[in-house]
Ligand binder design. Structure first.
Ligand SMILES: NC(=O)c1ccc[n+]([C@@H]2O[C@H](COP(=O)([O-])OP(=O)(O)OC[C@H]3O[C@@H](n4cnc5c(N)ncnc54)[C@H](OP(=O)(O)O)[C@@H]3O)[C@@H](O)[C@H]2O)c1
Length: 320
């Protein structure tokens, strides 16, 4: 698989590729369907066999699962057993009291909808997308346990859980013999916390871990630095609350330092950012969001590389 390496996901039987592909901002109705098809095909060639979705990915919500499902059905169904597919529920998906957060009612209904959109009988991982301060943790975990027991998901996962809550949730799942497979959280070179604490807790719990937005949504490629914002980039195109032109530039000083270190080391900044994460003890995979095949290829090339030298890691730590 062209240099891909696979890492054990905590103490489970599952191996995940060092680089996984998310379909958050690249599989919506406004994205080029041909590029989407090419991304899935190239990902499989590169050994990037883990595809991450959520009920609300698009836009509009549901569009990414729909598009991915159509592709699976029309072209990639023979590869289903080579793929590791996740989806999630936890953010607003539909109106009224049952389309958000963490009730059993919402999680079960949402997964049924996701399976329909993706034309699948089961997903490999079903995540609770974010903690719900109002619903008892027991109810949310029981929903995950029952979902796994129903066969609609092979494993349960959690996302964006603070360490103490993660430990409590893992204990409940373990007790029911449906151990949490992995934690999905944000972590990258310029946003190290709260990811680092979440990673440490995942290691303590013996679960896997996967870091999303490893390039800070593209900022760590250096493409927003000291120049006009690239016209087809996420910061300009989506102009979302998550990455707008102002946010894309707010870490310029740090990014410049990282780009300088990368240039000195002769490593492309994109790959340095991903390889730094892959050096964090216990991390299973980095979850990228490539929009073009060329971006996917550049990111996938970070896999299977030797650990970064100690002096390079120290330089990346200095002043961050
Ligand atoms: N659990 C959660 O709460 C949560 C939250 C967010 C994301 N996620 C997951 O994490 C995945 C990845 O998140 P992300 O999309 O923010 O990851 P990311 O890898 O930090 O950013 C991806 C974006 O960076 C740009 N990019 C990537 N490679 C590039 C390259 N070589 N050169 C120039 N630009 C490049 C592209 O954007 P443009 O070309 O459009 O600028 C691409 O869409 C999502 O798809 C989703 O599955 C989970």
């Amino acid at each position: 698989m062209e240099g891909m390496e696979y890492r054990r996901c905590g103490k489970s039987g599952v191996l995940l590729p060092e680089v996984s592909l998310g379909l958050w901002h690249n599989f919506g109705d406004g994205d080029d369907p041909a590029e989407g098809r090419a991304l899935v095909a190239r990902a499989l060639e590169l050994g990037v066999c883990h595809f991450d979705l959520a009920n609300n990915y698009g836009p509009p919500p549901g569009a990414a699962e729909e598009r991915f499902g159509n592709l699976l059905q029309s072209e990639f169904s023979a590869h289903r057993d080579e793929m590791f597919i996740s989806t999630k529920a936890g953010y607003l998906m539909w109106g009224g009291p049952y389309g958000d957060w963490g009730s059993r009612k919402y999680l079960v209904a949402s997964l049924n909808q996701s399976l329909k959109r993706m034309k699948l009988d089961y997903v490999d991982v079903f995540y609770h997308h974010r903690p719900d301060p109002e619903t008892p943790l027991e109810e949310t975990m029981q929903a995950l346990i029952d979902i796994v027991r129903s066969g609609k998901a092979l494993y349960a996962g959690l996302s964006n859980y603070p360490p103490e809550l993660y430990a409590q949730a893992c204990a409940m799942l373990r007790e029911a013999h449906v151990p949490c497979l992995l934690h999905q959280f944000r972590m990258n070179l310029i946003d190290r916390e709260p990811g680092a604490s979440r990673l440490a807790e995942a290691v303590r719990q013996g679960t896997g871990s996967i870091a999303f937005s490893p390039l800070a949504q593209g900022v760590l490629t250096g493409k927003y630095l000291n120049r006009a914002l690239p016209a087809d980039s996420r910061a300009v195109r989506d102009n979302s609350v998550f990455l707008n032109p102002e946010r894309a530039r707010q870490s310029d000083a740090k990014v410049q330092r990282i780009v300088d270190i990368a240039n000195q080391a002769g490593i492309p900044p994109t790959q340095l950012a991903l390889r730094w994460l892959l050096c964090q003890p216990g991390l299973t995979s980095v979850l990228i969001g490539a929009r073009r095949v060329s971006q996917l290829e550049e990111c996938a090339a970070a896999a299977g590389q030797p650990p970064l030298a100690t002096d390079l890691l120290q330089a990346l730590d200095a002043g961050m």
